[in-house]
Every structure is written in structure tokens, then in C-alpha cells.
Design a protein. Structure first.
Length: 380
């Protein structure tokens, strides 16, 4: 009886109390709580992955119309956490604009003076001495009375048409004479003759790229040529730059440098050969040999060397020295790229105090050596 009386009746629990008890049990079970938490969060994580993947997909084809997205449209479709980003095309355009501005700024800074004003070499006497020695070695070079465009070669500024001269000089960039001439002949064959600017523009850049492929760097060169043709037509209504015959040297250089793909050397070649002005273009051979003669600082870039030499070489010596230094750089066993100084070169002996010891190319960077061999046709 005592046992029976001591046992108290179990209290009845409502449905609300049962629910509360179940909640308490779940809170007291960390393993179960963690498991439930993982189950609850896993779908959200997968959902984020799906959203990210869908956002990265291109729009459906029926929405892919010719009208480009506005800046606001692009930002709406972009992940807000990533911040604003430039498109690759805009970035390339910015780089091109920066390069153009840098070219023009550099030219304006040294258009009438050397970037190395402390350097008094070469003197007019040294230029005349070098001219005389090179003329004895390779025959003198005299500017022709008229400019005639070669039919079987690209040339380098050799054309009575400024636009044609610029295109030919671009074809000759960073390649051998043989390759640039092959590219010019191929271009003429594809478009049915020389100076077919309408046909070139109408055919588009890919066709031009294929036509000049044998000249190397066809992507870069075809884009540069197409850009020049299109800009010339947009500015002047015709495919012509012959108004530069009446421009000053500085204005002609500035306009040519304003085109993408045209650097100081290319513009100087057109100025020297086509426009028949006194301009001293510096290619790989001129750059190398003037370094051997001590006519420029060893660390000067090619653009700096051209600005310095153009300011120092007398006007009457610019044409013959440019042509003769290139001939000497190709023919002299000691002064060509990688040639060894054996003490036999008449030019280097005359400027012994300014020459560099050792091999002719040891002061050049590896990319300079490669460029020289390409222009000489040794890299094929």
C-alpha cells in the first residue's frame, strides 16, 4: 500500500508542451543540430553555384541583336560585388591611345633638339669623314631626281605617293627585304594591282592579313594599314596623304605618327625618301653602327638615338649616311650583327676612340639581335 500510495500520478502533457519538449531535446543534441544545420545550408550553397553559373552564360540568341548593350545594361548583368570592369576591347583602345600620346609627346619634346644635349658627337666633321670612308667602300649614294616606286619590291618609303610609301614601309617593318617584297607582290596579285585602296578596304582586314602573310606580323600590319586607309578617307574624302608634300617637316611627322602602327623610324623613312626631306631614320643597322662609333649613348633606345642623331647629323649628310650605314651593316664582316672586331674595318679604325671593344653586337639586347637577323633574312 505504501508503495502504491507513494507513487504519484504522471501529469498529463498538452500538445503544446509536447512540442516544446521536442524543441528542448533538439537543442540539447549538438550532433543532431549540426546535421540539421548542414542540411539547411547545403541547398543555399548549391543555389549560389547555380546562380553564378547562369550569370556567366551568354544571353540567348534571340536577344543577341546588333544594338550593343549600354553601360547601364552591362552593369546590371554584372556581379555587383566584382566592381566595374573594362571590356578587353576598351582596354586595348586605351593602350593604343596611350601609345599614340606617348609617341607625339616624345616627338614634340625632341623635335628640334637632342635628348642628350651634353653629347657633342657626332660632329659635322665626323659625319663627313664617315661618309667619305663608306663611299669608298660601297660607292657613294646620291638622292635621285625623281622618286619611282619599285614594281617588284616593297621598298622603304620609295614611292611618289605618300600613302603608298607609308604602306610599303609598314610592310618592311621587322622583316627582310625579300619577305616584304613577297608580301607586296602577293597583295598586288590579290587586289588586282598596286594602290587598290578601295578594294583593300572593301575586302576587310582578314583578307588583307592573308594576302601579306608571307611578310610576317601580318595581323599587326594589316590592322595598321586598314586603319590608315580608313582614317585617310574619313579625314580627306579620298585615299591620299599627298597634302603632306606641302606640310612642314614637323607637321608631316606628327600626322604620320598619329596613325597606329607608325613609329618614328617608319615616319622618318617616308619623310626622307618620299617627301625628300632631310631626316635621319635609325634602323637596326644604323643603331648598331652608330653605337660602335660612339655617336650615341650605349643605353639609348632606338627612338632616343634617332632623335639625337637627327639633331646632330648635318642635313646634307642625312640621306647618304643613312643609306651607306645600312649597306655597311649588311656587308661588313666586322660591323654586321654578331661580327667580331678584327681591327680591319676602315670605318671602325677611323673612329677607334669611339668604338666598342669585342664583338660588334655585344652591346645589343637579344631582341635587337633577333630583329637585325630578321631584316637581313638570316632568321628564315
Amino acid at each position: 500500500m505504501a508503495a502504491a500510495s507513494s507513487a504519484q500520478p504522471r501529469p498529463r502533457r498538452s500538445a503544446r508542451n509536447l512540442k516544446r519538449g521536442n524543441d528542448i531535446k533538439k537543442e540539447e543534441s549538438p550532433d543532431e543540430s549540426a546535421g540539421e544545420l548542414l542540411k539547411a545550408t547545403a541547398p543555399a550553397k548549391r543555389a549560389r553555384k547555380r546562380v553564378k553559373t547562369e550569370a556567366s552564360l551568354p544571353p540567348p540568341k534571340d536577344e543577341d541583336v546588333d544594338t550593343p548593350l549600354t553601360a547601364d545594361d552591362s552593369d546590371d548583368k554584372r556581379d555587383n560585388t566584382s566592381g566595374p570592369q573594362k571590356t578587353p576591347a576598351k582596354t586595348a583602345q586605351d593602350r593604343a591611345a596611350h601609345l599614340q600620346a606617348r609617341k607625339l609627346k616624345s616627338f614634340s619634346a625632341y623635335a628640334s633638339q637632342s635628348p642628350f644635349r651634353h653629347m657633342a658627337r657626332p660632329t659635322p666633321q665626323e659625319c663627313r669623314l664617315a661618309h667619305g670612308i663608306l663611299a669608298r667602300l660601297h660607292g657613294d649614294r646620291v638622292r635621285p631626281d625623281t622618286v619611282v616606286a619599285p614594281t617588284g619590291a616593297a621598298g622603304c618609303g620609295n614611292s611618289p605617293s605618300v600613302l603608298d610609301a607609308l604602306v610599303r614601309t609598314i610592310l618592311s617593318q621587322n622583316t627582310s627585304d625579300r619577305n616584304s617584297s613577297r608580301a607586296k607582290r602577293s597583295m598586288d596579285d590579290v587586289y588586282g594591282g598596286s594602290d587598290r585602296w578601295d578594294a583593300i578596304v572593301d575586302g576587310g582586314q582578314p583578307r588583307l592579313q592573308k594576302a601579306i602573310q608571307s611578310g610576317g606580323l601580318s595581323v599587326v600590319k594589316s590592322k595598321a594599314i586598314m586603319g590608315i586607309l580608313q582614317q585617310a578617307k574619313a579625314r580627306y574624302g579620298v585615299y591620299s596623304l599627298d597634302h603632306l608634300f606641302g606640310a612642314s617637316d614637323d607637321d608631316a611627322m606628327r600626322e604620320m605618327l598619329s596613325f597606329q602602327g607608325v613609329g618614328p623610324k617608319t615616319a622618318s623613312c617616308v619623310l626622307l625618301f618620299c617627301l625628300r626631306r632631310a631626316s635621319f631614320a635609325v634602323d637596326t643597322h644604323v643603331y648598331r653602327i652608330t653605337g660602335l662609333l660612339g655617336w650615341r649613348p650605349p643605353a639609348a633606345s632606338r627612338e632616343e638615338a634617332q632623335a639625337h642623331l637627327d639633331a646632330r647629323v648635318p642635313p646634307e649628310e642625312k640621306y647618304p649616311l643613312h643609306v651607306l650605314l645600312i649597306s655597311h651593316g649588311k656587308k661588313c664582316a666586322e660591323c654586321r650583327a654578331g661580327g667580331k672586331n678584327l681591327g680591319q674595318c676602315e670605318l671602325r679604325k677611323a673612329f677607334r676612340r669611339g668604338k666598342l671593344e669585342g664583338e660588334a653586337g655585344e652591346d645589343m639586347k637579344e631582341e635587337e639581335m633577333k630583329a637585325v637577323k630578321q631584316e637581313d633574312g638570316q632568321g628564315e
